[in-house]
Write a protein that binds this ligand. Structure first.
Ligand code: CA
Length: 241
């Protein structure tokens, strides 16, 4: 499994990494909440081992954000002894399992293996993402920056086709064929109507549009290019320490 450890005690993170690597897992460790969240969302691992007390962003907030963003990774939380309340809140926030510190590495490995046996995490293909727009295909749920966007079934279908291949331009005919495939008679102008509705729902209340018209070619969904004003001067390595 691909496993991400988010734990601010470097010694503990190292021990966990070693123990899991020995069992053929591919392990990455991050030491603060903000960075951990970024990595988890960029490429959701199969499993996240998440400490609750973290600098940057605390573990419960991080977990809630992951679930709001429809991150499919399984999560085991690490709680300090006696933090019963945190454990309960963690499970409610979407953790799959927990371990109370101090725990033995053997137990951690056993829990991780058990998690693997529970079956694969929801397939990555069931979760589509473009920028801050997420689509849970299985549950037909769409969120942008954590806010739920309510779509009609057809609106959902059109957006799904676009989000399956972000950046690819779909002509009206192609979109029609994909979405209205069982109906022989369709009017490509219908696509325009759906795109207009999707724009209202997906883009209108946000600064950066994700649905784009490629003049004379069709439509695409793509991540925003960074506006020049947001460009930051390159940081020296020294500064980031
Ligand atoms: Ca900690």
């Amino acid at each position: 499994m691909r496993i991400l450890i988010i734990e601010d005690e470097p010694e503990l993170a190292r021990h966990i990494s070693r123990a899991l690597s020995r069992h053929e897992h591919q392990v990455t460790a991050k030491y603060d909440g903000t960075e951990g969240l970024r990595v988890a969302l960029a490429a959701p691992p199969d499993l996240i081992v998440l400490d609750l007390g973290l600098p940057g962003m605390d573990g419960l907030e991080l977990l809630a954000t992951l679930r709001r963003e429809l991150c499919p990774s399984r999560v085991i939380i690490l709680t300090a002894r006696g933090e019963v309340e945190h454990r309960v809140r963690g499970l409610k926030a979407g953790a799959d399992d927990y371990l109370s510190k101090p725990f033995s590495l053997d137990e951690l490995v056993a829990r991780v293996e058990a998690m693997g046996r529970r079956g694969a995490t929801p397939k990555a293909i069931d979760l589509l993402r473009t920028g801050d727009l997420s689509m849970d295909v299985q549950h037909r749920r769409v969120t942008r920056s954590g806010r739920v966007i309510t779509l009609s079934p057809r609106e959902f279908d059109v957006l799904q086709v676009l989000m399956q291949e972000p950046g690819r331009v779909f002509s009206r005919t192609e979109l029609c064929e994909r979405v209205w495939r069982r109906e022989h008679e369709y009017d490509t102008r219908t696509v325009e109507i759906f795109i207009t509705r999707l724009r209202k729902k997906v883009d209108m209340n946000f600064d950066v549009p994700l649905i784009h018209t490629q003049r004379g070619q069709g439509y695409t969904v793509r991540e925003p290019e960074r506006p020049p004003s947001a460009a930051v001067p390159p940081r020296s390595n020294e500064e980031s320490k």
